[in-house]
Design a protein around this ligand. Structure first.
Ligand code: SF4
Length: 456
């Protein structure tokens, strides 16, 4: 079994520092590394790109969009010089169209099925055009929608992430009074705390929250946590309806020797700390970073470790490349930043020296009967920092009050839970997809259902 990771075993032992502070990169280098992943299109570039669209009848891009945005319509509006009209078309279906334009894996959604991708291998840049339109309107400072006449109905929304804020906006638009209860110090949820910094620069997540609040009729109360200082029965009694967009607060464990202790961290927690850091040079970063997982979070933490100055970053994923949750684009992006991806391998032990991780032993895997099993062949990677990106789990703060399936809240097509008057959406529901755009769709659908019920 050979120690891998670009250094000999003894040298590795000497230099592994287990999450030391500061990367040694200058502020200028860090600023450059964390600049916008896709710089925005200017007006001319947007017009040229919009002209590539065939404005297809029965547009496949629209069907592939989880929020069913009328893509050919908004692209046509851009091409006729009406970016604000285009933005309104987008926001009507997806009030977080600005963030989704930045973080959606468009290459596996709308752009994957674009007829120009199918015919020429070069789709219309739908995400970039969406960003162009939504930025244009948001920069004007105007809110595109008006509230309906006040209904006198009160709705509680728990969680100020994408699902909760989308629900709050649509409910307010229909004239209901909305109070959003958020456990953190500021709203935004995963948009603020859970995605890579280079995907949403310039405090965009908070700007988007402000934009959403521009409709009026929504108040946010932070520091309110369900199961601690917030009670579902009280919420239900004090409001005409309740929407839960509480996400997933637990983190899955590796369950291997050496996992407990310094230097082994939840990827999502680190990403959150990075997003909130005022000085990136003060962040701890390892020299030999190993990330366990195969989704977007694994890619995000791996790339960001590299950008912060880590020397070697390796992702270890237990299945094949094709089975990774991260899209091909994300995987390629990681590789271009110098991240190594090791497929078909799983961690079996973290070796520590003086309390810090020194290396991680992995076992090669194969699939038997659809399940991942170890082959018995192992290899060892130098690792002073290990990130767990193997998914989050739901903590049942409602202590059995709602029906659950595999630990998540069961909902119907309209996002109604098993308890009358309570709806749910986003990551906390059964079959919830780990995507901002899917959470926004849940929030909007639930809001429409709540509105229908409150109007009956
Ligand atoms: Fe335009 Fe492509 Fe959508 Fe057709 S599939 S409407 S070309 S973006």
């Amino acid at each position: 079994m050979a120690l891998q990771g670009g250094m000999a075993k003894d040298a590795a032992t000497e230099t592994l520092r287990g999450g030391h502070s500061g990367s040694g990169l200058t502020h200028e280098e860090l600023k450059h590394n964390f600049s916008d992943l896709h710089p925005p299109l200017n007006a001319h570039e947007a017009a040229v790109e919009a002209d590539r669209c065939y404005f297809c009848h029965d547009a496949p891009c629209m069907t592939a969009c989880p929020t069913s945005i009328d893509i050919p319509l908004f692209i046509r509006q851009i091409s006729t010089g009406n970016p604000n009209g285009a933005a309104r078309t987008i926001f009507d279906q997806n009030i977080m169209g600005g963030m989704c334009a930045r973080v959606c894996p468009t290459e596996t959604l709308c752009e994957e099925v674009c007829v120009r991708e199918v015919a020429e291998g070069k789709p219309v840049k739908i995400g970039q055009l969406q960003r162009y339109a939504t930025d244009h309107l948001m920069e004007s400072g105007k809110h595109p929608f008006n509230r309906a006449k006040k209904t006198g109905k009160k709705v509680a929304v728990v969680g100020a992430g994408p699902a909760g804020m989308a629900a709050a906006h649509r409910l307010s638009m229909h004239g209901h009074q909305v109070t959003v209860y958020e456990s953190r110090k500021k709203p935004g949820g995963l948009n603020e705390f859970g995605i890579a910094a280079y995907k949403a620069v310039d405090d965009f997540a908070q700007k988007e929250v402000e934009f959403i609040l521009g409709i009026g009729g929504i108040s946010i109360k932070t520091g309110k946590t369900l199961g601690k200082n917030l009670d579902i029965d009280t919420l239900r009694n004090d409001h005409d309806a309740v929407f839960l967009g509480i996400g997933l607060s637990g983190v899955n464990a590796l369950g291997i020797d050496g996992e407990a202790g310094k230097g082994v961290e939840d990827a999502i927690k680190y990403i959150g700390a990075l997003r909130q850091a005022s000085d990136l040079s003060s962040l701890p970063v390892g020299q030999n970073v190993v990330v366990i997982g195969g989704g977007m979070t694994a890619i995000d933490v791996a790339i960001q470790s590299k950008l912060l100055g880590a020397r070697d970053v390796t992702i270890v994923y237990r299945r094949s490349q094709a089975e990774m949750g991260a899209s091909a684009f994300e995987q390629e992006l990681a590789k271009t930043k110098g991240v190594i991806i090791r497929h078909n391998a799983m961690p079996v032990k973290i070796k520590r020296k003086r309390g810090q991780p020194a290396s991680i032993v992995c076992e090669r895997t194969t699939i038997k009967g659809g399940k991942v099993v170890g082959t018995g062949e192992t290899f060892e990677l130098a690792a002073d920092s290990v990130f767990k990106a193997i998914g989050q789990n739901f903590i049942d703060v409602l202590v059995g009050k709602l029906a659950l399936d595999k630990g998540r809240i069961v909902v119907g097509a309209d996002k109604q839970t098993s308890v009358k008057g309570i709806w749910a959406g986003g990551d906390c529901i059964a079959n919830g997809k780990d995507l901002t755009v899917a959470a926004v769709d849940d929030g909007r659908r639930a809001a429409e259902s709540i509105h229908a019920e409150l109007s009956a």
